[in-house]
Structures are given as structure tokens and as C-alpha cells.
Ligand binder design. Structure first.
Ligand code: PAF
Length: 581
């Protein structure tokens, strides 16, 4: 623009456009028609012209507006450049196009302007009254002229620098054209979801949203994103992926924008605007979700929705089933799952079905907030923490039972926890495996019998999952990490390392003497010396849990359970066949 001004230092700027104005409007499309009609109504002498009579009309006018498509403006300007002597001002109605499109006229002394009504003009009858209008000029005089025209047509002018026209027009396009595309996308999604009245049903919502936005600006944003309800967003994502996948990219991009708007408008509790927008913003003022935090889902539907993109993409899913109150043992499972899977799901469910009457179901330690923080730190993607009735709805009548000598020995001995304990475990794990459909599921070797039972279940039921047993994680003094260690008094805690010491002794003595019996005897002695009474200390085949009395070619599981106060602790050690060889 400055360049153009420099080109014409000898033309004095005039701030007063002529009162009686002769205006040629070349090209009577929707915009040109609306401008010509409004100009005529404003008392301006308008000569509408087509391509053929354009020069003639311009020669008879003081000003001209070239209202032709953007890519024809330069040609039209060239065509009427012969009228430059008559035309004091020439302009166009392009939103993004610059003044250089009118260069042939400018070169012959006409001052330039552009004038873009910020209004959607579906036809030439559309009213311009009240619309804002972007104006640009090659000189102060042409800018003032454009402003004057705008005002006489009932519009509100504002200046946009020539070099910013494309950005200005992109903004206008987002607000208007793309909004239509957006609404049509919503209609399409609704129709594909089987709602025939898509557009009709959406109109009141769209109009109210627009009116709210006009009143409240970004504060008009309502809905799941501003509430931080990423579970619902995940459900949307999954529904779009299956119903209208071509909209997924647009949804994600807009959801991200909405998160930005929500962050920028976070309102402290108490300063609430009236109405629904205020209510939603109150919800949003609850601490913003940590973006690194795993997605917390509580129903199978939410879980499915959250996993659907991963499933569609063929990503591998790793499951770590837990009853919460995470310790380093659990966390080693989470990290292993993270290393070996694309998506990590941690389940968090204290399963009543695996507790016997009188056991510690009610007092089992719980710390969901701490568990979520640990899960976040270990890169868990989804925490599935179902409610009781989600896992065991009314009328639930099925149990998954593994027998074959795996569940009625050791902890499954009817005099101890009994096979029902493992029935509870296998039932819930079968449900978790079927809900999550992981490729890998991670269990701790501390619960060796559980891992063996679950592995057999997966094998017998042809479940497409690999059961991974991860090494026991221990305190520095050897005590196996367990949520139930929280029950130990300081005296019990001092004696508790005797369990692993006894197991290590059993292994070492058995290996050095070649006599498994001697190893077990040495372990019992050590436990007695530590004041620890074993519930059982047994050697079993590490795969099928059959009783073994001597070392052989197969790994031997030496398993131990003991009650210390209110804590029932279990631990085990495997004597490997290669070592025994
Ligand atoms: O090992 C546990 O924590 C539980 O037995 C399990 C596998 C999560 C099933 O409830």
C-alpha cells in the first residue's frame, strides 16, 4: 500500500467523497448485486455493467467497483483501464485479494480501494445493513472513500492492511463457510447414526450456540471438553471412527482447539456467569486434567470407546490386572507392559469374588488417587476401574473354574483359601481379558499359583493372550512387595523377611546337597527361629503344581504362606532344572 502511495505523490488526498456519486458496478453477481442495490437505495447513481459495457459504464462514472470473481479482477481492471482518466477511485470486493489486482488502473492514476462486506450473501437480495466491512486503500483518500461508501450502504467499516487480507479472509471463511461445513458434518453424522431430522434438530442448538458466543465469547464454550470429560471425548472419537471416519481428523483438530479455548477461559470457582454456560464453566473449574494422566474409564462401553482407535489401528494392548494400592511390584508390571505394548491398560478392581467370608475384603487397602498418579508416571494409557455392578451385574451366574490339581493345593487347599478363591480370580480375569482383549497380560511371580492357574485358563479356553509372569520385586531385606504388607506392625515387619530368607535357604541347601527334603527342613528351622509359623511350605512342580519330593529335570516351585498378625503373606522361589542338572 505504501509503495502505491509513493507512486502518486502528486495526487492530493481528499477526505471528502462527492455527495452525488456516480458509481459503476461491474459484474452483478451476488455481492455486486447486493452492493448495487444497497448503493441505489442510498441515493448513489449506480450504473450496473457486464463485461461488454464495463468500459462505457466506467467512463461515465467517478468511481467503479469491479465485482467479478477474484481470478478475473486483473483482467477486468485491464479492460476498464481506459477509463482511468474518468475514474477517481476504483475498487474490488475480493476478501483475500490485494490491491495489486487493480494495478492497470493504478498505473494510470486511479486511486484504489477494496471493500469486503463481512457478511454471507447467499443471493443479490441479501441485506448488507449492519454488517462489518473490511476496507483497504492505496491512499488515505481512497480509504476514506471506501469508508464513506460502506457507511452509506449501512455497513460498519474497519481497516485491514492489504498484506493481511488473506488472513482476514481465512478468518471470515472459518467463521462462516467452514462453520457451514462443520454443521453439515454434524448433520451427516446424525443421519448415519439413524437420525433423519439431522438439520432440523440441530438448528436451535446452532442458533443458541451462536447467540451465546455473541454474548459470552469463549465463555460460551460448553460440553465435555470444557468439563475435562475426556472419557466422553473418547466415546465420541470411537463413534466417529466407526460411523464417519472421514470426520476424525476434523474432530481431533477442533477438540484440541476447544481444549485451548477452555484453558484460556478457566474461571475460578465462584465467578460464575448465569445459565448453562456458567454451570459448565463451574464444572471446568475443577482442576484441569493432567494431560499425562491415564484415561480413567469405569464402564465396558467407555473402555471399548477408549480402545477402539487402538484396535482399529491394530495396536498391541497390554493389560495389567490389579486390585490397586500399587507398589513397586505392580509398577514393574506396568513398566514391562509399557515396554512391550502399544497401549497399556491397567485394571483397578478389588474383586470380592476372590475373598472368602472373614477375609480382608472390607479393609483391603485402597488409594485410587495414588494409583492413578503411579499409573501416570509409568505410562499407563487407560485405567479401567469398573464399579462392582459393571463386573457383576444383577443376575450374574457364571464362574470360570480351573481344576486339574491347580486350584485345590497350596492357597487353594480347602483348609486355606480354598479353590473358590481361584474361581474368583479366574472369573474376574476372564472378564477382564474379554473386555480389554489384550495381546499380553502381566502378572506377578509372587502369586505364582495365580499365574499358573490363569495361564492354564487361557490355554484351555483358547484365549488369544500371552500370560507374562514378572519376577517378584522385593524390599532391600528380601520381603516380597505386597499391598498386604501395609497390615504389618513394626514387630511383624521385622520378622517378615524370614519368609524369603527361608525360601533362599531351601533353594541353597537343596542345590548344594542335592536333597530337596533337606532344603525344606532347613527353611522350616529358619522360620521357627524367626518366630514365623508357616501355613504351608511345599515343593511343587512349577508348571502343574503336582507334589515333588526331589529335584529333577523340571523347575521346582517352593511356595510358602504364613500369617503374621492380620497379614497373610505368600512368597515363593523357583529352583531351576538347569541349575539342578
Ligand atoms: O493379583 C491380583 O491383584 C488379583 O488377584 C487380580 C489378578 C487383579 C484379580 O483380581
Amino acid at each position: 500500500m505504501r509503495e502505491l502511495e509513493r507512486d502518486f505523490p502528486d495526487r492530493p488526498d481528499t477526505a471528502c467523497p462527492p455527495r452525488a456519486l456516480k458509481l459503476a458496478v461491474v459484474g452483478i453477481g451476488r455481492a455486486g448485486g447486493a452492493v448495487a442495490r444497497a448503493a441505489a437505495e442510498a441515493g448513489i447513481e449506480v450504473t450496473p455493467a457486464g463485461r461488454r459495457d464495463a468500459l462505457e459504464a466506467c467512463l461515465a462514472s467517478e468511481a467503479a467497483i469491479l465485482s467479478v470473481p477474484d481470478d478475473e479482477i486483473a483482467v477486468a481492471a485491464e479492460a476498464v483501464s481506459g477509463a482511468a482518466g474518468a475514474l477517481r477511485f476504483a475498487g474490488h470486493l475480493s476478501g483475500a485479494g490485494g490491491l495489486e489486482l487493480l494495478a492497470p488502473l493504478h498505473a494510470r492514476g486511479t486511486e484504489l480501494f477494496s471493500l469486503h462486506p463481512l457478511q454471507t450473501l447467499p443471493d443479490a437480495e441479501a441485506s448488507l445493513a449492519g454488517a462489518w466491512c473490511a476496507v483497504t486503500g492505496s491512499s488515505r483518500a481512497s480509504i476514506e472513500f471506501a469508508r464513506e461508501i460502506c457507511e452509506r450502504l449501512g455497513m460498519r467499516p474497519f481497516e485491514v492492511p492489504d498484506e493481511a487480507r488473506a488472513a482476514y479472509h481465512a478468518a471470515a471463511s472459518i467463521a462462516s463457510n467452514l462453520m457451514i461445513a462443520l454443521e453439515e458434518s454434524a448433520v451427516e453424522l446424525l443421519e448415519r447414526a439413524g437420525v433423519a431430522q439431522g438439520r432440523e434438530a440441530l438448528v436451535p442448538l446452532v442458533l443458541r450456540s451462536a447467540a451465546n458466543w455473541a454474548d459470552l465469547g469463549p465463555g460460551a464454550l460448553t460440553g465435555p471438553i470444557v468439563r475435562g470429560d475426556e472419557t466422553t471425548v473418547a466415546m465420541h472419537r470411537a463413534a466417529i471412527a466407526t460411523t464417519a471416519p472421514e470426520l476424525s481428523g476434523a474432530y481431533e483438530a477442533l477438540a484440541e482447539r476447544a481444549r485451548g479455548v477452555a484453558r484460556s477461559t478457566a474461571t475460578p470457582p465462584g465467578s460464575i456467569e448465569a445459565g448453562q454456560a456458567g454451570i459448565d464453566r463451574l464444572a471446568a473449574s475443577v482442576p484441569a486434567p493432567d494431560p499425562g494422566r491415564p484415561l480413567l474409564v469405569r464402564s465396558k462401553a467407555e473402555l471399548d470407546a477408549a480402545l477402539s482407535p487402538a484396535r482399529a489401528a491394530g495396536d498391541s494392548i497390554g493389560l495389567v490386572p490389579t486390585m490397586g494400592f500399587l507398589h513397586e511390584g505392580h509398577r514393574s508390571l506396568l513398566r514391562a507392559a509399557r515396554d512391550r505394548s502399544d497401549v497399556v491398560v491397567m485394571s483397578l478392581f478389588v474383586n470380592p469374588a476372590q475373598f472368602r467370608p472373614g477375609e480382608d475384603l472390607a479393609s483391603y487397602p485402597r488409594d485410587e488417587a495414588g494409583d492413578l498418579a503411579a499409573a501416570a508416571a509409568d505410562g499407563v494409557d487407560i485405567v479401567y476401574a469398573p464399579r462392582l455392578d459393571e463386573v457383576y451385574p444383577e443376575g450374574f451366574a457364571t464362574a470360570v473354574k480351573v481344576r486339574g490339581g491347580l486350584t485345590d493345593v497350596l492357597c487353594g487347599d480347602p483348609a486355606r483359601r480354598g479353590p473358590a478363591h481361584f474361581d474368583g480370580v479366574t472369573t474376574v480375569v476372564a472378564k477382564l481379558l474379554s473386555s480389554v482383549r489384550p495381546m499380553l497380560a502381566f502378572f506377578g511371580q509372587k502369586d505364582a499359583q495365580q499365574a499358573i492357574v490363569v495361564r492354564r485358563m487361557a490355554r484351555d479356553l483358547d484365549l488369544p493372550v500371552e500370560i507374562v509372569a514378572m519376577p517378584t520385586v522385593r524390599e532391600p531385606d528380601g520381603l516380597a512387595m505386597s499391598s498386604r504388607n501395609a497390615y504389618l506392625t513394626s514387630d511383624e515387619r521385622r520378622r517378615a523377611p524370614a519368609l524369603y530368607a527361608a525360601l533362599s535357604t531351601a533353594r541353597d541347601v537343596a542345590l548344594t546337597s542335592g536333597d530337596l527334603g533337606r532344603g525344606l527342613t532347613a527353611a522350616r528351622r529358619l522360620l521357627a527361629e524367626a518366630g514365623v509359623q508357616p501355613e504351608y511350605l511345599e515343593a511343587r512342580d512349577a508348571e502343574d503344581l503336582s507334589a515333588v519330593s526331589e529335584l529333577g529335570s523340571k523347575p521346582v516351585l517352593v511356595a510358602l504362606a504364613s500369617r503374621l498378625g492380620s497379614a497373610r503373606l505368600i512368597d515363593n522361589i523357583v529352583i531351576e532344572s538347569e541349575v539342578t542338572g
